[in-house]
Design a protein around this ligand. Structure first.
Ligand SMILES: NC(=O)c1ccc[n+]([C@@H]2O[C@H](COP(=O)([O-])OP(=O)(O)OC[C@H]3O[C@@H](n4cnc5c(N)ncnc54)[C@H](O)[C@@H]3O)[C@@H](O)[C@H]2O)c1
Length: 212
């Protein structure tokens, strides 16, 4: 990719990806930026600007070729790759993520879960083994693991992240409500569900105050 793409654009790409997939499922193969704008909720000029970052796949008077655009955005998002993935912490959230088969379909191959609680070690979620966290670093090295999903309590998250970096992990999907401090060039994406819920709460309150 020759051009540096802003994080704001990157954050919008999964939404384009989702809507384009939906169009393909409905056998719609061509769409104007105006029509795309109506379904996706971004302005037509925003869409043109965003997609121009990648060379602009639209043609004057034709619109966008949905298949081509979908395939390009998939490539930009790295979804043509397969990522060997592990989950650390096999509690409520770790199990829920392991039970969702959709991640696998997008190339995130969950290989195993890791636990500190001996009561969980040796059990299975679907066909995935729950292994002792003591063997996690060795497993990462031996199985070419690229991504780790942290689903431990926040007290253990930093220690786990340090071990993951030491073992050579490339990316961390962090659900623990803590900002990880990491050396090295590991990529971290935080999903702080409570922050999102509190934003919803703010918006609800704002709306209620406006109608008072
Ligand atoms: N469940 C949710 O909906 C939710 C929502 C928002 C945030 N979170 C966050 O996600 C994380 C997990 O939540 P949960 O509800 O699944 O908790 P949980 O207590 O059900 O599961 C956490 C698991 O991590 C294991 N664990 C603890 N230390 C460990 C270590 N060092 N190595 C390996 N495993 C270890 C525990 O034994 C436990 O099984 C928490 O940080 C929580 O704040 C969860």
């Amino acid at each position: 990719m020759a051009k540096q793409i802003s994080m704001a654009v990157i954050r919008r790409l999964p939404k384009y990806h989702r809507y384009l997939k939906d169009l393909l499922e409905r056998e719609i193969y061509r769409i104007s930026s105006k029509e795309l704008s109506e379904i996706i909720g971004f302005t037509a000029s925003q869409i043109r600007q965003d997609l121009n970052n990648f060379g602009g796949f639209g043609q004057q008077g034709y619109g966008y070729n949905v298949e081509e655009l979908y395939s390009e955005i998939s490539k930009i998002l790295g979804l043509h790759n397969t990522y060997n993935t592990i989950i650390v912490g096999a509690g409520n959230l770790g199990q829920a993520i392991a039970n969702y088969s959709g991640f696998q379909k997008s190339g995130f191959e969950i290989k195993a879960l890791f636990e500190a609680n001996p009561r969980f070690i040796g059990l299975k979620i679907r066909d995935l083994e729950i292994l002792d966290v003591e063997v996690m670093e060795e497993y990462i090295k031996e199985n070419n693991i690229k991504i780790a999903v942290i689903c431990t309590p926040k007290e253990s998250a930093q220690d786990i992240a340090n071990k993951l970096v030491k073992a050579g992990i490339s990316g961390i999907w962090n659900f623990a409500p803590v900002d990880l401090q990491l050396d090295g060039n590991v990529v971290v994406e935080n999903v702080h569900l409570t922050e999102s819920l509190f934003t919803l709460s703010y918006l609800l309150n704002e709306k209620e105050e406006a109608t008072r």
